[in-house]
Design a protein around this ligand. Structure first.
Ligand SMILES: [Zn+2]
Length: 111
């Protein structure tokens, strides 16, 4: 996992995206909910120290165009990979369904 240095503390990329707690490590044992957006997930993890619920995204996001909505990088990579492999939205969704991953609608696929 990539690590990033900030204020002389070594964080993993994963820890940096936690929305509240930067002091203590969050444990994957404390996941209370997971929202899946195609291949990306938003994990809701309860902090052992303060009890707050942290929203942790498993992928960074980018905006497509200047005013486009935020899209998970990993989902864009899945689309680019499928196009590279010569398959479109339907076939990618067949793959996702087999993987037990939520499918991607056509609007998301094109963004
Ligand atoms: Zn905390």
């Amino acid at each position: 996992m990539p690590t990033i240095k900030k204020n002389n503390t070594q964080y993993t990329d994963f820890e940096l995206r936690a929305s509240y707690c930067s002091k203590g490590p969050l444990s994957l044992n404390n996941i209370i909910k997971e929202d899946m957006v195609a291949v990306a997930s938003i994990l809701y993890i309860k902090c052992n120290l303060c009890g707050k619920i942290n929203k942790v995204k498993t992928s960074s996001e980018h905006r497509s165009g200047q005013r486009g909505r935020l899209t998970f990088n990993i989902n864009s990579r899945a689309v680019l990979g499928s196009l590279q492999a010569g398959i479109g939205n339907t076939h990618l969704n067949n793959l996702f369904a087999t993987m037990n991953v939520p499918t991607m609608n056509n609007r998301t696929f094109k963004s």
